[in-house]
Design a protein around this ligand. Sequence first.
Ligand code: FES
Length: 62
Amino acid sequence: MENSKEEKGAIVELIKNGPARITGDFTIVGYESVKTEAYLCRCGGTKNAPFCDGSHLSQPAK
Ligand code: FES
């Protein structure tokens, strides 16, 4: 895949003991309505998969 200078792509930030924050230009297959920012669950505790619902806050820190 070739990137032009105008394409910034996605930035993934792994939040300690929390979700992965994705910003920028991306597509989550099956969730195309999500446009420029998403928080994806990394703890497995969400009831709104694949998105973080804050359930990680009630889990012990790792
Ligand atoms: S990371 Fe937030 S609910 Fe899993």
